[in-house]
Design a binder for this molecule. Structure first.
Ligand code: WT7
Length: 635
C-alpha cells in the first residue's frame, strides 16, 4: 500500500484511518519518499491552537523550485512543463519544457537579484495569464522572495491596498493583456496604483500587446532585454520549512483584504499529494485547470502541485467565450487534455449555449473532470457529467479555500462513488467536525452544522500578514481548538459532505469571494450616498449576484436613478473591480437595524430572494416600519 497514491476505496479508508491515528507518521512517510530535501526535519508537527501557531517539518531545509523543476531535469528535461495556450487561437501554443523552464526561471531570478530583491522581500505580481506569470512566481521562490500575486482584473485601488499592506518592493506587470476581443491597459492601472505606494522601487514590464506605453525613468524597465542578458543558472536559496513562500489576499466579511501567508514545506507536500490523488494524475497526462494564477486555485493546481509531480500543466490566457463558446472544448481536443478543472459559474455559462459547441469536439481524452469555487447545483453537475464527461469521467467536486492552501474534501476519481452536489469525503489527513451554534460537535450522520477542521494539516495558512490577532479571531475563536471555515455543511447518511454555502457575510459571485463590507465602503464614498447594505441573491450563471440597498443623503424622490446606479457601479469598479458590480440597486429610505444599530441582513437577504412569507419577527427592530416599504419597492 502506498500512502502517496490511493488506488481503491478500501485503501482510502485504510489510509484515512492511519492518517487520523498517527498524522505525523502519515505525513512524514509522504514527505520522505516524494520530495528532495537539503536537510530533513527534526519534528514533523508542532502546534498550539491557543497561540495559533502551526509548524510543519521544522528543521527541514529545501527549495520548492528544486522540487518543481531541477529534480525533473534528468528524467523529463524535454517533457513539456507549461503548455501555454494564447487568447487568440491563431497564435501558436508554446510548449515550455522542464529544461527551458529551468533556464527561464533562473534568468528571471537573477534579474530579481540584480534589482536588489533578497530573501524575505515581497514582490507583487500583476500579470495576465502569460508564461511570465508562472515564471516570475517560481523565480521569487527560487531566491526566497515572497510573491504576492494580485489578479489582473483588480482595480488600481485594490492593487495599491495590497502592495501597501505587505510593503512590496517591486511590481512585475505587462504593457497590457488580451481578454477575448478586448485589450486591457494594465500598465496604466499600475501607474495609477503606484502614485500611492512608497515601498515600490522598481517595476518590471513584460511585453504582451505591444502597446505604446511610457516607462517611468529610474523606476520601470522592460523585462525582455534584462532576461536576455541574465545568466541562465541560479543557485536556489535554501529555505527553512516554515519560511514564507507567498501571500495571497482574500476578502473577509469585514475590513480590508486578508493577506493569507503560506509557508514552504507543508504547502509543497500537501499540494503535490492532493494533485496526484484528486486528479488521479499519471505520467504523460496533460492537465488543464482553467483558473487564473491570481487565485489560490492557480497557485496550488496550475503551478506548484502539478510541477512538483513533473506534470504538463496548461496555462490558458483567454476566456471561455472567445472566439466562440466552443473554445474550452476546442482546447481539450487540440491538446488531448486528460484532466479538466473548472468552476461551476463557467459550466453554467456554457450550458446555456448551443450543445453543438461541445458536441463538435472530440473529448475522448478526458479522464477526470473537476469543479471548484462554490457549490455546484444539480443541473450544472448533470450537464457537465452528461455532455463533457459523457457519463464516463468522474467529477471531482473539490471543496477548499485560499486559507487551506489545498483541496480538503473531494471524491477520488474512479474510487469514491460520486453524488451530485456533494464534495463527498475528506482527504487523508483532514479531520472534519460539524459544530452547532452552541459550540458542540454534531455527531452522527444526516446532520448539518458549521464546517470546522479539528487537526492541523500541512498547507494551512499560518497567519494573516501583519495581523496575527485577526487570524486568530477570524478562524480560531468561533470554536475551541479547531479551525472554522466560514462555511456550513451537511453530512448525509453515508458520511458524505455537502457544502451549503457561507454562513458569514462573504458572498461568492462567479466563484469570486467578495466581502460585503468593502463594497459598502466603496458605495458610501459616493457623495450622494448616506449608507448602503449588500446581500446576495441567486443568479442563473453567477451562482450569486449582488443586491444593494442604498440610502441617499437627500430624502424624497430620487431623480436620475439610472445615472446614480451607473455611478455607484463605477465607484465599485474603481475600488474593487468589475466583478463586484451590483446587479440590482434599490434606493430606500432606511434599512432594518437591530437596537444596537447592526444591519439585519437576514431580512434584506430574504427580500432579495423574494421569500416574503417568513421574514421572522421584525418587531424588535429599531425601525420595523422600513421593512414594508422595502418590500413594496423591491426590484
Ligand atoms: C470558499 C473559498 C478554493 C479555491 C477557490 C475559492 C467556496 C470552494 C467549493 C465547493 C462549495 C465551495 C466555499 C469556500 N467553495 N469550493 N467545491 N463547493 N463551495 O477559494 O476564494 O478562498 O473561497 O469558496 O464557500 O469557503 P476562496
Amino acid at each position: 500500500m502506498s500512502n502517496y497514491h490511493v488506488k481503491t476505496l478500501e485503501e482510502y479508508f485504510q489510509v484515512y484511518r492511519k492518517s487520523v491515528r498517527n498524522p505525523e507518521l502519515f505525513w512524514e512517510e509522504i514527505a520522505e519518499e516524494h520530495f528532495v530535501w537539503r536537510k530533513k526535519w527534526d519534528t514533523v508537527l508542532d502546534y498550539d491552537f491557543e497561540k495559533t501557531e502551526f509548524k510543519w517539518f521544522e528543521g527541514a531545509k529545501l527549495n520548492i523550485t528544486e522540487n518543481c523543476i531541477d529534480r525533473h531535469l534528468h528524467i523529463r528535461g524535454d517533457k513539456t512543463a507549461i503548455l501555454f495556450e494564447p487568447n487568440n487561437p491563431k497564435e501558436e501554443a508554446q510548449h515550455i519544457s522542464y529544461k527551458e523552464l529551468h533556464k527561464r526561471v533562473c534568468k528571471f531570478a537573477n534579474v530579481l537579484k540584480d534589482h536588489g530583491i533578497k530573501k524575505g522581500d515581497r514582490v507583487c505580481i500583476y500579470l495576465p495569464m502569460i508564461p511570465e506569470l508562472a515564471i516570475s512566481v517560481l523565480a521569487c521562490a527560487r531566491i526566497g522572495a515572497v510573491h504576492s500575486v494580485v489578479f489582473a482584473g483588480f482595480s488600481s485601488t485594490a492593487l495599491a491596498t495590497r502592495i501597501n499592506d505587505c510593503e512590496a518592493k517591486m511590481v512585475i506587470t505587462s504593457d497590457g493583456s488580451y481578454r477575448g476581443a478586448k485589450t486591457i491597459d494594465l500598465k496604466s492601472i499600475v501607474d495609477e496604483a503606484l502614485e500611492d505606494c512608497p515601498s515600490i522601487e522598481n517595476v518590471l514590464v513584460a511585453k504582451r500587446i505591444n502597446s505604446d506605453i511610457q516607462l517611468k525613468e529610474g523606476r520601470d524597465k522592460w523585462l525582455a532585454p534584462l532576461l536576455e542578458e541574465a545568466y541562465q543558472d541560479c543557485v536556489p536559496e535554501i529555505m527553512d520549512a516554515e519560511d514564507p513562500l507567498f501571500i495571497l489576499y482574500t476578502s473577509g466579511s469585514t475590513g480590508s483584504p486578508k493577506g493569507m501567508l503560506h509557508t514552504t514545506a507543508g504547502y509543497m507536500v500537501y499540494t503535490a499529494y492532493t494533485f496526484k490523488n484528486v486528479f488521479n494524475y499519471k505520467e504523460n497526462d496533460v492537465y488543464w485547470c482553467t483558473a487564473d494564477i491570481g487565485w489560490i486555485t492557480g497557485h496550488s493546481y496550475i503551478v506548484y502541485g502539478p510541477l512538483a509531480n513533473g506534470a504538463t500543466t496548461v496555462m490558458f490566457e483567454g476566456v471561455p467565450s472567445y472566439p466562440d463558446f466552443g473554445r474550452f472544448w476546442e482546447i481539450v481536443e487540440k491538446h488531448n487534455i486528460n484532466q479538466f478543472y473548472t468552476a461551476p459559474t463557467a459550466i453554467r455559462a456554457l450550458a446555456k449555449e448551443n450543445l453543438e459547441f461541445v458536441d463538435s469536439h472530440n473529448l475522448s481524452s478526458v479522464k477526470v473532470l473537476g469543479t471548484v469555487g462554490e457549490p455546484i447545483n444539480e443541473e450544472a453537475w448533470h450537464w457537465y457529467n452528461d455532455n463533457v464527461g459523457k457519463k464516463k469521467s468522474p467529477i471531482v467536486d473539490t471543496w477548499w479555500q485560499t486559507e487551506t492552501g489545498g483541496i480538503m474534501i473531494s471524491p477520488l476519481p474512479y474510487i469514491t462513488p460520486t453524488k451530485p452536489t456533494y464534495a463527498t469525503l475528506p482527504l487523508p489527513g483532514i479531520q472534519i467536525a460539524l459544530m452547532d451554534e452552541n459550540g458542540k460537535e454534531v455527531k452522527g450522520n444526516q446532520v448539518d452544522g458549521r464546517l470546522c477542521i479539528k487537526y492541523p494539516w500541512p498547507s494551512m495558512a499560518r497567519t494573516i500578514w501583519g495581523n496575527h490577532q485577526r487570524y486568530k479571531e477570524t478562524y480560531f475563536s468561533a470554536f475551541d481548538d479547531m479551525y472554522f471555515t466560514g462555511d456550513g455543511a451537511l453530512r448525509d447518511e453515508v458520511g458524505y459532505y455537502r457544502i451549503t454555502g457561507r454562513v458569514d457575510d462573504v458572498i461568492i459571485v462567479s466563484g469570486h469571494n467578495l466581502g460585503t463590507a468593502p463594497i459598502e465602503d466603496a458605495i458610501n464614498e459616493h457623495p450622494a450616498v448616506a449608507e448602503s447594505a449588500i446581500v446576495g441573491f441567486p443568479h442563473e450563471v453567477k451562482g450569486n449576484a449582488l443586491y444593494g440597498y442604498v440610502i441617499l443623503k437627500e430624502t424624497g424622490e430620487v431623480r436620475n436613478q439610472d445615472n446614480l446606479r451607473k455611478e455607484i457601479n463605477q465607484i465599485i469598479t474603481e475600488h474593487i473591480g468589475p466583478i463586484a458590480k451590483l446587479d440590482k440597486i434599490q434606493f430606500t429610505e432606511g434599512v432594518p437595524k437591530t437596537r444596537s444599530g447592526k444591519i439585519m441582513r437576514r431580512i434584506l437577504r430574504k427580500i432579495a430572494h423574494n421569500e416574503l412569507d417568513n421574514l421572522g419577527d421584525v418587531s424588535t427592530l429599531l425601525n420595523p416600519e422600513v421593512v414594508q416599504n422595502i418590500i413594496d419597492n423591491r426590484l
